[in-house]
Structures are given as C-alpha cells and as structure tokens.
Design a protein around this ligand. Sequence first.
Ligand code: ZN
Length: 297
Amino acid sequence: VFQLLHNATHNVLMTRLSGTYVVDDIVRRDAQVARFVARHGLARGIMDFTGVDAIDLPMSLIVKRSQDPPLLPGMARVIVAPHDLTYGLTRVIAAHQLFTRNVEPLLVRTLDEAYRALQMTDLTFEPVQDDAPPARDRTIADVLARIDHAAGVASSAEAERQALREKMLRLLDTVLMRPPAQPLREPRIITLSDVLNAALKRARVADGDLKATCRGCRRRTSLDACRVVAGRETSYSCPRCKSVLVVLAPLPEGAPARPEDGYRLESFLVRAMVDIDCQGVHLPKTPAAQASQQSTA
Ligand SMILES: [Zn+2]
C-alpha cells in the first residue's frame, strides 16, 4: 500500500509505502505520479520505505523497471530505507539506475536525513488528491500492465508498435468511410489482439491467447476459434451457440475520452460480454455490454 504526499513549499513528492511492497504498488504509484506530473509538473522525490515490512516482487520486474525512463527526470530523489530488507532492495535499484540512467537516487536510513538532503525546513505534506480515472480505465490500465509483466522481457520494438498503430489508423479510416452494409474482407479485420498489442508496452498477444467462457452454452473457447463478423464493428461469437462474446468498434472522432459502455483501447471501444482471460490475466466484462447482450446476441 502507498500514499502520495506533496510538499508545496519545497516541491517534494513523497511516496509513503507500508506493509508488503507488491507489484500493484509499483503500477498504481507510477500511474498516480504520472498524473501528478501531467497536472503540476515535475517535483523532487522521496520514496519512504519506513513502513514496509515485507517485499513480494520478482527481481526481473525490478531490473526491468530500472531500465524504463525515469518518472521524475532530472529531479533529485531520495530513498529512505531504515531496515536491512528494504535497504538491500533499494541498493539494487540504485545500482541498476546508475548503470542504465547514469544517475542514482540518494539512499538514506531516516526521513530526517532525507529532509536535510533536500534542504527542507517546512515539513508539511498534503495528501495528493488523485484525479484517478474511472474504475474501467484503471482496470484496462492494470490489465495491460499485468499482461506486459506476465510476458516478461519480450521483443517488441517501437517500430513494430508504430506499424501496428498505422495499420489500425488505416483500418479506422476504411471502417468509418465505408458504407456500413459492405463487409470487410478477411485481411482487413481488426482483431482484439491487434488492439491490445497496440496498447501493450512489451507483450505480444494473439487471438489464440485470449480465452472466454460463453454465457449461453458455457463453452470455453479461444477467440481465434470464434466466428468473427467484421463490419462497422468486429464481433466475436461463440463457435457453438453464436452468442456474441466481444465487440470492437472504432471510436469516432470527438467520442468521449471515457466511454460509458466499454474499455477504450487506443481509438477503439472494446465491449466484453464475458470475462476475457489473457495468459492468466483477467479482463472483466463490461457491465453495459452485459446489459445490452439480449439485443446483440
Ligand atoms: Zn455459446
């Protein structure tokens, strides 16, 4: 668990961690810091591990994350790690950051030392009001992060992702400009895995990796075994009973940033009538899609 606090006088952002330090802390904290920076600009940072009594993190994740671009580039960062457990971990992190980013955070044992290092006299910290996006946005962000994490260190070059985005934009043009009645030819079908891959940082998935259980007939199927109908929307139907499982629709320009009835992925709206599993990661069905299932099935 973590709490994000800000000291306005000295412009210092403090992450106060407690309990067991887990992957979720990293994912959520990174997202919240990114939102803070987007709104208020950069700040100096304190990571306070004083309240952490256990660590449950794969070393591969720690190493990988140390190689990502810093959240607070060019800003002084101090890590407070009083216990040997967290001190050991943060020394590893610091070493990796020194190696990959050529800068390392200052590592100290007490908060007082951190305050002194940042020359802080006013020690008033206010909780950061998190303008967190609605639950569905958080869900899809979490799911993507988990799939990325589950995939481990993978290949995906930026060029490949760019090519995929361009493919999607071309498809989007085609879909939006074509008369709705005219079906798309097979190679032009945009798949759920295409849309996911465009949003994923590291992992690569295929429709065969995506599994769902039909609500109608309880059949477990992978999406590549589904009947796919591509028109204005792409819909996947159960191979046995034809119930619609997932629908992808291009979002028109000017569509709300946070659609009510599904997940926004890049420029597509994903409505899942059932939970989708991707390599053990769970994408919950969208409630609105569930409600409208009668009319689409
Ligand atoms: Zn079925």
